[in-house]
Design a protein around this ligand. Sequence first.
Ligand SMILES: Cc1cc2nc3c(=O)[nH]c(=O)nc-3n(C[C@H](O)[C@H](O)[C@H](O)COP(=O)(O)OP(=O)(O)OC[C@H]3O[C@@H](n4cnc5c(N)ncnc54)[C@H](O)[C@@H]3O)c2cc1C
Ligand code: SF4
Ligand code: SF4
Length: 431
Amino acid sequence: MNLLATALPTAADIGPHRGKLRSLCTDCGISRTADPGRCGAACQFIAPDYPGLERRVHGRTIDPTAPDEAFFGPMETMLRARLAVPADGAQWTGITTAIAAALLRSGQVEAVLAMKADPDDRWKPEPVLVTDPEDLAQCRGMRMGYAPSLALLEPARAAGITKLAVVAIPCQVHALRVLEKSLGFEDLFVIGTPCSDNTTTENFHEFLDLLSDRPDTITYLEFRADYHVELRFTDGSSRLIPFLQLPISKLKPDFFPLTCRTCVDYTNRLADITVGYMGGSGDQWLIVRNQRGRAMLDLIGEQLAIKPLESRGKRKGPVAGFKANTERAAGGLPLRAMPDWARPLAGWLMPKIGPKGLEFARARVEMKAVETVLHLRAMLPARMKHMVPDHVWELAAPYGLTPQSGERLTSKHPSGEQQARAGGPSAWPAE
Ligand SMILES: Cc1cc2nc3c(=O)[nH]c(=O)nc-3n(C[C@H](O)[C@H](O)[C@H](O)COP(=O)(O)OP(=O)(O)OC[C@H]3O[C@@H](n4cnc5c(N)ncnc54)[C@H](O)[C@@H]3O)c2cc1C
Ligand code: SF4
Ligand code: SF4
């Protein structure tokens, strides 16, 4: 792999954690930089200011007359698309890495910061700076876990990179956007993916062990919009498991770290373009957020097959049911296990009656908001007033979850930029 064969940094150059790490840290990399104190301003899990950052990045915050922006954040447009010729090894069809490669080919960026697989574990993410568009093939596919990608920003600048593209999940993009101005790049392109239910790579291996008696041969896993998990194996075979038949009740209670259960940005609102699948009805789902995102998509326009977005079914019932289960889990009670005889039936029924397309995406975003409020209320109530942004409260409100005393800030929030200029809060708030 000819990744930055010249003097550019690699994952081996990433230093140790030096910040005041707390339970909610996902190790985005800022604590490993020259000034780990910037975590106080940059971290998504302290006092995020989404409206302030959205205004700076997109020129505006959400438009109340555009109903889907309340769910998915500011946008110019949404698309359902796929690469007409899907890329080998891609998580879906490879739109993410195709855009990144096109940016390199067009000379608009000198490097792309993305994740490849750890050489010893295909599921473990390892941050990497890529300069050869062909090498992006090795970043295709989803890894489960956290890796300190933003720790490579300073070394990239030191090596002379001035135009950079970053592929990242929402908690990484939040920190990147807060610090963007101080990083010294002339041009920064941000390709985001949605993210939910991440966990450590070690935990993820336990999940694979429950799914198959040959877990080492699983090469691909995805939670599809048709309510199935798809597994692929080294011998080329694949298997679909209905969500309702997953061994979720066998996972340890902290399988999903509290951070990912309380994450406040599912759809990567601060990216220039978000590339996911949830609203794509089996294709990919793109949220073009600003002019820069549109220009990036135009670079691969001829490679795309586009279909109309669809939206069917009703989300209210499934989200309310999810809330009831989450209340039990957040209160320490076991999730109600479905009787074995009912599982195949429910698994068969769900794709037929459940919400589809954009309605599925709205359901998932609402579920995430419900989960955030319930878990923070149970585990870290003192953090709520700073950590839960208005957009999360608005998504949770139809399900009877409104701020209780002390859970929502009433005074005006300092913008992310102001915080960064001021050096940010000096320490993590008490947990
Ligand atoms: C942990 C996780 C959870 C996700 N959950 C959802 C979801 O709930 N709904 C949804 O619509 N989409 C989700 N996605 C995004 C989705 O799985 C696809 O990555 C996305 O649709 C892009 O597909 P693609 O074929 O264009 O990507 P590809 O062209 O195959 O590229 C994949 C990109 O993902 C990046 N990547 C891989 N693993 C990680 C990681 N651990 N951390 C950061 N970046 C990584 C790589 O840098 C690469 O550039 C999630 C992604 C991750 C990493
Ligand atoms: S900004 Fe937050 S997630 Fe990133 S390293 Fe610092 S504490 Fe961890
Ligand atoms: S779910 Fe949220 S906190 Fe967890 S890795 Fe994804 S973006 Fe970060």
